[in-house]
Design a protein around this ligand. Sequence first.
Ligand code: SF4
Length: 226
Amino acid sequence: MRISRARKVEIVLRDLGRRYAEDDPLQGEGTTLAKLTAETEDPFKVLIGTILSQRTRDEKTEVASRRLFARYDTVDALARARVAEVQRLIKPVGFYRQKARKLREVSRVLLARHGGRVPDTYEELIELPQVGPKTANCVLVYGYGREALPIDTHCHRIPNRIGLIRTKTPEETERALGRIVPREYWVNVNEWFIRFGKEVCKPVGPRCGECNFTAFCGYYRGRGQR
Ligand code: SF4
């Protein structure tokens, strides 16, 4: 029996919700951003954590974030920090030299343009140094609980693998998911796909035996149901 795309979306979101919706970041469950949000409710830390996470594994992001915030946990402190010291603290993440400079720069811009507050609109966020669409949308979702769709590699790969969308770039994925995912799920999509991508639908060697989407997943069916 052919399953409609709307039904597939519903099945996927319900299943991911069952896996992850009840988890408690305060008990160490979830991504670094979910934990930072739960522990601090501070959009500034979400912004800095998201910049640290760019092109970096989540485990490294968490280590670097905790080291950095133990020493500099406010926009004023980070704006006055020595770049060499920030580099030392965030060394676990990729591109730490460049990111250290940008973290101080973004802190100074926040002070100069926004009174030290992280803005809560996409248009203002995207104007900040080192902030692209994914980072801006992460701040909206995790920092402010707003409906937005941050698209990282997992969020791009998984719906394409399943066959919910057919897109080539994160920007296309954001638009395509925006058309098919009910808005009530937008705040969850990033967190759930990242976790599913790390635990089950891995980039290499997905654990299809632990997945409930094999009946309609294009990747699984196309590979002879391995
Ligand atoms: S069936 Fe395999 S490839 Fe498809 S979503 Fe599940 S884990 Fe990923």
